[in-house]
Design a protein around this ligand. Structure first.
Ligand code: SF4
Ligand code: FES
Length: 256
């Protein structure tokens, strides 16, 4: 098993881990915004940067760098703290109203940024003022859900995540995984009038009513999931509230 020195402490890690995983094993809290266990590293936010002083001297993004025997890592050296602060200043310039970014910056003693971004304050779509372009929504949609309903669009300060041609995404199944993984809560989902509104993607998905109570709950394109779960079709077909009630009444009748 590789042994690393992290902030002066020897840490043994399992094979095939990243430096980030080793740092976390050491109980050190390193900020990350674009990392999600289960997805390949992307290296967008640069907040996970650490300083490697052996075997070579370098600033590395810990989420994508493999841990190796004999490495010496500093997570709070003067240089690494200065770079992390600068990354936070960039993020603050882009998304000054994001409470997530503001709180992370405060932890590093920052309340303002020296930089200016043309993007700040420009709302291309509802919620886009909070988007740090971490790409988690795009990657979870394509790599985990397999829908690839959204993607990156434009360059430089015009770069953004969006549905194809900013129109209703026909590939979107309304699962909400994008909103679930978004680190800044930029993606909002509203369910009403029998529909799910994903306004950032200019997309609306019809919700299927529960056959028991009539309340709309499941996006129609997700009905295929019920077929995948044949054994529990009766439970997949009804809303979570009715599912809970049915389970409770079955439990009650078993207890007699
Ligand atoms: S919407 Fe959220 S998850 Fe998607 S790129 Fe922007 S910050 Fe990341
Ligand atoms: S978590 Fe490593 S670059 Fe974002």
């Amino acid at each position: 098993m590789p042994t690393l020195t992290i902030d002066g402490n020897l840490i043994e890690t399992p094979q095939d881990t990243t430096v980030l995983e080793a740092v976390r094993l050491a109980g050190i809290d390193l900020p990350t915004l674009c990392h999600l266990d289960g997805l390949p590293p992307y290296g967008a936010c640069r907040l996970c940067l650490v300083e490697m002083t052996a075997p070579t001297q370098s600033m590395i993004s810990s989420c994508s760098y493999p841990a190796a025997n004999g490495m010496v890592i500093e997570t709070r050296s003067k240089q690494v703290v200065a770079v992390r602060k600068m990354m936070l200043e960039f993020l603050l310039a882009r998304c000054p109203t994001s409470s997530v970014i503001v709180d992370l910056a405060k932890k590093e003693g920052l309340t303002e940024t020296r930089f200016y971004s043309e993007y700040a304050g420009r709302a291309d779509a509802p919620g886009s003022e909070l988007c740090i372009l971490c790409g988690l929504c795009v990657r979870v949609c394509s790599d985990m859900i397999g829908a690839a309903a959204i993607g990156f669009n434009g360059r430089g300060e015009n770069r953004q995540v969006a549905s194809p041609f900013f129109l209703q995404s026909e590939a979107c199944i309304g699962c909400g995984a994008c909103a679930f993984v978004c680190p800044t809560s930029a993606i909002r989902i509203e369910d009403h009038d029998g529909q799910r509104f994903l306004r950032m993607w200019n997309t609306v998905v019809v919700l299927q009513p529960c056959p028991v109570c009539g309340n709309s709950f499941s996006p129609e394109p997700m009905i295929f999931l019920r077929n995948l779960a044949e054994a529990s079709t009766d439970l997949w077909g009804i809303c979570p509230e009715c599912r809970r009630k049915q389970a409770a009444s079955k439990f009650h009748s078993v207890l007699g």
